[in-house]
Design a protein around this ligand. Structure first.
Ligand code: MIC
Ligand code: SF4
Length: 756
């Protein structure tokens, strides 16, 4: 489990020499983001002269982390790369496949049973190829990474969109699809468009009910779900330094919700305290020795508008607690305005369930602050009205808060402690409800709240807030309750008010754990056998996708024109489908079932152009495939927002969709499509979206001259014999065009392997 101190030393040597070189060459002060990025460029890259937001650059990340629901596909791809061992330290974390039903112990043992085939696969692949394996129950990937592997100045990629959590410890940590992870594990460079830089200047200091979560809830409101696309968000200022390391992690974690490539804080005393508190004093010592390189230069922070593409100012002393939602994480309401919003919009005011924890908010500080409210509920004789669940982020935190009596406090107010896993956050929740057709409200301290995400029910209005606000509202059972100003009636009929929450950043007695749940790989894995049963419904070895046929594409049918928000949850739903994450053909049966068909406003009902009948999206597409016909998916803004799951790109690829044509893409999804050899194209003029009709056949022209920066042309042949033709844009660079031609990046790696 031990972190790799030698690797960190090397990173710091390179960091120092590259920063000195860059400063000497240009004399320009640098942001923290630039420092970390420059020091992780591959040797071949020239330094310090990138067009932000435009140029693709090759990086060499220090680490890879993968969670079980995405690792299966990543490792199935890696197995094809023909390498004996991973090239950089990598870990697998079993967290997504545990369903919350009864409570931690029972749910974990059920999961081990139900998922044994997948866990055995992941454990044996890890053993063979030299990856650290965190067993089910060990905790959620981002919390475990924060506690064990994240370090200031490092660079990591992870097959999960909330990988940026490690930015709380000063690391550039980026969420990617499995094919990207496969590249890095195979020792290949990892490519990223050089990001734009957004600076967030935090002044003042949090107090009372406000918490780190409220910073990101507010930032989400300012930037919206696509405002961070293509950018790294760097937090700085006295306010930043006043936040605990785990609070910083919360902010970076949920930065995924604004589409940011990642978010990062500079190294400071709070980070050092956390490193020391989690048995990593050696790293803190190394970091202290080069601390000037682990934060942005003073000149940058003195005049941020000269160095960042955008600057946001937030005064923590004035920051109100926020509640965001429903259905989107950027609908931000200060608590003082939330009750009115609930009433005006007719959202169900009765709160049915409050859920705290998850990878975003389950630090010791979060738990102690929430528990301080639970304790008050007991002392002030309040009966907790809503159901209440607690998902610890890791066994280390769980064991410690249990030792310190906090879990007991939650249980006294009727709280249910769930397994250290994603659980309800990703629809792994057997929620019991008397009537699923009833409009209902829940509130979580998680990060996403897209329709159906938590319990699969479109009638559930999910809101997101800090653990302390979630706890207060759960006690009240009422979304219109403002704990800062309102009172509650206790069992004696008295009016009582909740005092401000109080927390402890790091456990006074230190963290403790009996079994953290780590399994080291074999010294020599060459003899380890990885078995995949050909009859399995959960795992399937990958067959190569076909190469491009070398011509323009003609006669493609419209599969679906999606209306409005089309997140990865809409494209490849999680919850019950998570069990098929290692089996491409089976999981393809969920393709786009959540997307709303523009023409009938209904999910999972599209017209099959071959017989004129309406049917489910996957079945319709399978029919086109059986008839050798390709198709096109049309979508709106920020298509593919949310998860890193590459299934959302592989499923259409597997079922014969040829192009995704949208107004704009979310970053990870666009890359995933390119990696899998799909055409990801955008309208040059968004008004052309309106031209697409239900019975259209498509042509995509210009592919024989496919080149960076050169538009392609889409021709729509309408049923009435008329045509529309318009230019479309793409962001493929030369190498990505090769992926397209080869039928996917992995086909190129395969070819290289056979050439060796
Ligand atoms: C999520 O929060 O949406 C997930 C589930 O963690 C995903 C990963 C997945 O779909 O497996 C993510 O954030 O990337
Ligand atoms: Fe798990 Fe939720 Fe965190 Fe995703 S956001 S890693 S599903 S806890």
């Amino acid at each position: 489990m031990a972190f790799d101190l030698d690797m960190i030393k090397q990173v710091y040597d390179r960091l120092s020499s590259r920063i000195n070189a860059a400063t000497q060459a240009t004399g320009k002060p640098l942001t923290l983001t630039e420092k970390i990025l420059y020091s992780h460029l591959t040797e071949g890259e020239a330094q310090n002269a990138y067009q932000r937001g435009t140029d693709y650059v090759d990086f060499a990340p220090d680490r890879v982390a993968m969670q079980d629901a995405t690792a299966q596909m990543a490792l199935l791809q890696f197995m094809q790369a023909g390498r004996p061992q991973v090239a950089v330290p990598s870990t697998v974390h079993c967290d997504h496949l545990i369903q919350a039903k009864i409570g931690a112990t029972e749910d974990l043992s059920t999961a081990k049973d139900v998922n044994s085939e997948v866990y055995d696969f992941l454990s044996s692949v890890s053993d063979k190829y030299g990856l650290g394996f965190w067993k089910p129950g060990a905790g959620i990937i981002h919390q475990v990474v924060l506690e064990n592997y994240a370090f200031p100045g490092g660079m990591m990629i992870g097959t999960d969109s909330h990988t940026p959590n490690a930015g709380g410890l000063g690391m550039i940590a980026i969420g990617v699809g499995g094919a990207d992870a496969c590249d890095v594990m195979a020792g290949l460079p990892w490519e990223l468009k050089f990001p734009k830089l957004i600076g967030v200047h935090l002044t003042g200091k949090l107090s009372g009910w406000s918490s780190a979560k409220d910073v990101i809830l507010k930032v989400a409101g300012i930037l919206t779900v696509k405002g961070g696309t293509g950018a790294i968000v760097e937090y700085f200022g006295e306010g930043a330094r006043s936040l605990s390391a785990t609070g910083k992690g919360t902010i970076c974690n949920m930065g995924a919700e604004i589409g940011a490539t990642t978010s990062v804080f500079g190294y400071d005393e709070k980070i050092a305290d956390y490193l020391r508190g989690t048995q990593r004093a050696e790293i803190a010592d190394l970091a202290d020795a080069i601390k000037q390189h682990l934060t942005g230069d003073d000149e940058v922070y003195a005049a941020p508008e000269q160095y960042f593409d955008q600057v946001i100012e937030i005064n923590l002393s004035e920051l109100e607690p926020h509640v965001n939602g429903p259905f989107t994480p950027d609908l931000a309401w200060p608590i003082s305005k939330f009750a009115t919003a609930v009433k005006e919009n007719g959202w169900p005011a009765e709160l049915e369930v409050g859920l705290i924890g998850s990878c975003t908010n389950s630090s010791y500080e979060d738990i102690t602050r929430a528990a301080s409210l639970a304790k008050q509920a007991i002392d002030k004789k309040l009966k907790t009205k809503a159901e209440y669940t607690v998902t610890p982020g890791s066994e280390l935190v769980r064991y410690t808060v249990e030792r310190d009596g906090y879990l007991d406090t939650f249980e006294q107010i009727g709280g249910v402690v769930l397994a250290n896993a994603c659980g309800p956050c990703i629809g792994q929740w057997a929620r019991h409800t008397s009537d699923p057709t009833r409009k209902n409200s829940i509130i979580t301290s998680f990060n996403r709240n897209f329709a159906k995400r938590n319990d699969g029910n479109p009638n559930t209005h999910a809101f997101v807030a800090s653990p302390e606000i979630v706890t207060a509202l759960a006690i009240a059972g009422d979304l219109t309750f403002n704990p800062l100003t309102d009172t509650l009636t206790n069992i004696n009929g008295e009016q009582v008010k909740l005092d401000e929450p109080m927390g402890i950043e790091l456990p006074i007695k230190g963290f403790a754990v009996e079994d953290a749940g780590y399994q080291a790989p074999a010294e020599d894995g060459s003899e380890v056998e990885v078995k995949v049963d050909p009859a399995s419904s959960r795992l399937q070895l990958l067959a190569p996708f076909a190469a491009w046929e070398g011509t323009d594409l003609k006669g493609l049918r419209l599969l679906i024109k999606a209306r409005g928000k089309c997140t990865t949850d809409h494209i490849s739903m999680a919850g019950p489908w998570l069990k098929f994450r290692g089996h491409l053909d089976n999981i393809s049966n969920n393709m786009l079932i959540g997307a709303i068909n523009y023409f009938n406003n209904t999910p999972d009902s599209v017209k099959n152009q071959l017989n004129g009948e309406y049917g489910p999206v996957p079945a319709t597409q399978r029919d086109y495939k059986a008839n050798g016909i390709g198709s096109v998916v049309v979508g709106d803004e920020n298509y593919g927002e949310g998860s890193s799951r590459e299934h959302a790109a592989m499923e259409p690829r597997h079922l014969g969709v040829r192009a995704i044509l949208v107004k704009s893409f979310a970053r990870i999804h666009e890359t995933n499509l390119k990696k899998q050899g799909m055409l990801a194209i955008t309208f040059n003029d968004n008004a052309d979206y309106e031209k697409v009709q239900e019975d259209d056949t498509f042509e995509i022209n210009g592919l024989t001259e496919f080149a960076p920066g050169k538009q392609l042309t889409v021709v729509l042949n309408h049923a009435d014999g008329t045509q529309d033709s318009f230019p479309v844009n793409h962001t493929y660079n030369a190498q990505q065009i090769e992926w397209f031609k080869a039928g996917g990046a992995l086909n190129i790696i395969r070819k290289q392997m056979h050439a060796d």
